[in-house]
Design a protein around this ligand. Structure first.
Ligand code: ATP
Ligand code: MG
Length: 329
């Protein structure tokens, strides 16, 4: 079984990325052959950005993944832009993806907002490049957070449409979305997801954040009206913290509800903050140890890129051939 997933280098990665995606990347190393992860720097060019910062953040994101438990020798860990097959397959797949479908994507609508006609064409094309990322490896499973469900549907549609029109060539992948923690919410505005580019600074907990600062953010998190500690639709703030703690302790939300029944919101928020801070501390320490070791990071990314290319090149060659692009091999 092949696992593939990508993560953006557009900013400091947060607790939502960690719980919704990175934890499953780490688990994937033990069950996939191979588990393939990439830092999607090409996706990072779809919004306003600074080139030097993009390069720097890409390395930092790679370092963070290693600090979280990815082993560059046990998985394939690389930078998207280093493997040109992604860009080529993106173009080829554009022939089986409709403009209407891309226009309807929630992420595009959210990120473009009112400026829909003025944003980069790359932002509209984001899901096609993402489809190429996954389909270039004939991946079976894609670990992602809930917000990516729609993009996985789109890539499944593209793979099915391709196979129907050009013959069985691509694997139709499945999403692997966690049952708890698939959509970690912003602590200040719990109606929306914690996000690298769109969240509130005080409501976003970074994986590499100082423990004291993490505790402070939880203490100041928006709790809901009332005093019950239960998961319920009208309690997005408290429900979020219950889910977070359930993941940290590797237990169920119901267990957390039972334990904190009758506690006040203040005590509950402090408990969650302290446990999250302690849980992330070793990842932060390891990250600080390696994040400035550019030579080390570049060297494992280079090895990763050549492993990735070796898998993707023959698959993209099959796609070209099926589509009538270039000579028969
Ligand atoms: P941006 O806001 O710029 O899109 P992001 O915070 O969504 O950034 P990505 O790099 O796009 O970060 O996402 C990496 C992975 O983290 C994806 O699998 C995504 O589904 C997951 N993810 C992102 N935010 C959350 C969240 N709040 N809860 C759970 N999973 C999340
Ligand atoms: Mg995102």
């Amino acid at each position: 079984m092949v696992i593939f997933s990508g993560i953006q280098p557009t900013g400091r990665k947060h607790l939502g990325n960690y719980i919704g995606a990175i934890l499953n990347y780490v688990k994937g190393q033990d069950k996939a052959d191979p588990a393939i992860y990439c830092i999607v720097d090409l996706h990072g060019t779809t919004v306003q950005y600074d080139p030097a910062e993009l390069r720097q953040r890409t390395r930092e994101t790679a370092a963070l993944l290693v600090a979280a438990g990815l082993d560059p020798e046990r998985c394939v860990l690389f930078r998207q832009g280093d493997v040109q097959e992604h860009s080529e397959l993106c173009w080829l797949l554009s022939s089986v993806t409709s403009v209407g479908q891309l226009n309807r994507m929630h992420q595009f609508r959210d990120k473009a907002g009112a400026a829909r006609d003025r944003v980069s064409a790359g932002l509209l094309f984001y899901p096609v490049l993402m489809a190429a990322d996954v389909l270039a490896y004939r991946a079976n499973e894609v670990p992602v957070g809930e917000d990516q469900r729609e993009h996985i549907e789109l890539m499944r549609d593209a793979a099915e449409a391709f196979n129907k029109r050009f013959g069985e060539t691509l694997v139709v992948p499945e999403a692997n979305i966690p049952t708890v923690g698939a959509r970690v919410r912003d602590l200040k505005e719990p109606e929306r997801k914690m996000s690298t580019t769109g969240g509130t600074p005080q409501g976003t907990v970074y994986v590499d954040e100082e423990p004291e600062s993490i505790v402070k953010k939880f203490k100041k998190a928006v709790a809901d009206s009332g005093s019950e500690i239960v998961v319920r639709d009208d309690k997005p703030g408290i429900s979020n913290m219950i889910e977070i703690l359930a993941v940290v302790r590797d237990t169920t939300p119901a267990e957390i509800e039972r334990e904190f029944e009758g506690s006040g919101y203040g005590a509950f928020k402090t408990a969650v903050g302290e446990e999250v801070a302690a849980w992330l501390a070793p990842v932060r320490e390891k990250y600080l140890e390696i994040k400035d070791d550019t030579a080390y990071i570049e060297s494992f990314l280079e090895v990763g890129a050549s492993k990735a290319r070796a898998i993707a090149a023959p698959i993209v060659a099959d796609v070209r051939e099926a589509m009538g692009v270039g000579p028969v091999r």
